[in-house]
Write a protein that binds this ligand. Sequence first.
Ligand SMILES: NC(=O)C1=CN([C@@H]2O[C@H](COP(=O)(O)OP(=O)(O)OC[C@H]3O[C@@H](n4cnc5c(N)ncnc54)[C@H](OP(=O)(O)O)[C@@H]3O)[C@@H](O)[C@H]2O)C=CC1
Ligand SMILES: O=C(O)CCC(=O)C(=O)O
Length: 377
Amino acid sequence: MEDIFRFADELGPTKIIHVYEPSVGLKGVLVVDNVAAGPSIGGVRMAPDVSTEECFRLARAMTLKNAVSGLPHGGGKAVIYGDPKMPQENKEKLIRAMASSLREVREYIFGPDMGTNEQCMAVVKDEIGRAVGLPREIGGIPLDEIGATGWGISHAADVALDYCDFDMKGARIVVQGFGAVGKHAARFLSEKGAVLIGVADSRGTAYKLEGFDINKLIHLKENGMSVGDYPGAKVLDPEAVIDIECDIWIPAARPDIIHEDNVHRLNTKLVLEGANIPITHEAEKYLHEKGVLCIPDFIANAGGVICAAMEYRGACEAAAFQAIEEKLRCNTREMLEGVACSGMIPRDVAMEIAVKRVKKAMGHRRWSLFSSAPGFV
Ligand SMILES: NC(=O)C1=CN([C@@H]2O[C@H](COP(=O)(O)OP(=O)(O)OC[C@H]3O[C@@H](n4cnc5c(N)ncnc54)[C@H](OP(=O)(O)O)[C@@H]3O)[C@@H](O)[C@H]2O)C=CC1
Ligand SMILES: O=C(O)CCC(=O)C(=O)O
């Protein structure tokens, strides 16, 4: 018999909810992991093929990310099954139904993730009044539009370079995924002097040794084209983005894309994990042994959720940007100093810091993973 508690450990998850509503074709899952620190924040992903296990791993990444960022929030993640490029009308129906079915699950605050955006969060807000990453017109900070996560990645990069043997000026960057995270990471890093030489989206990889004009690339994507349509770029298949020699490689798309079987193909000096869980633990160990510095997801890509948590409390955009900068620089340095002292891989050092904080929050609760106090969530 299937063990439905197979993901359970001392940190969670406290709830796994499967949602089904055939009248609109909704199938979805919500994993609320540890909410000892406060109600969970984490994005809603729309994708055709995410398992409950993957949703759990993404929710756990949020628990660690929120803890390491010192936010009064636990970790959660939701998945709506479907093609994110479906007609807007159908997408809105699915999102409304998902939000409506989770109306009373107050320990989860909806945010944007792969396949959802500010407009989707506006729909959730309209339906149940509980969402972050909202458009400005309804009082939000549109975290994807302003590039909150990319801003954080650029600061993690600054600190990481103190531990590498190259400078930002002229550094060659390659990005897998040119959506909310990938394009803004490339934009902020190029403003610091780096050069984007390789980029992939779901349709292909584009390569240009002289460097892309990032605004031109963004414009082209906004008009429904692929990165491969960039004039003069060499076009390769999507997987080829792994092989391009560069100084900084940024995964900003799907999970588990670098693993034991392909990690040897990476030809880079620094990896900044923009995506969640993009590299397996074994592959990260391999990179560490090869001298490639790898800044793990819940350190490098925390900018989005820091922005979301600030928005939840009514902060303005400028304050959110400042908080992201401060927290990302401080967390990256703390982790890298730990690596320098211990020789451990960066993820393991970051895990120690995050789990210690989660356990401290748990120590304040009668139940370990959540609180039942009135008004807690
Ligand atoms: N949004 C945020 O603030 C945060 C997001 N993240 C994580 O970052 C990652 C990306 O999220 P986000 O940018 O929001 O998502 P988006 O949906 O905005 O963009 C995803 C990008 O990945 C591309 N893509 C999809 N599949 C592949 C593939 N097989 N090969 C190459 N590229 C591919 C898409 O291509 P196409 O353009 O063709 O569709 C698109 O360009 C996710 O792991 C997410 O969880 C983490 C922290 C915060
Ligand atoms: O959209 C949010 O709520 C925060 C961003 C997020 O989901 C993530 O960090 O993976």
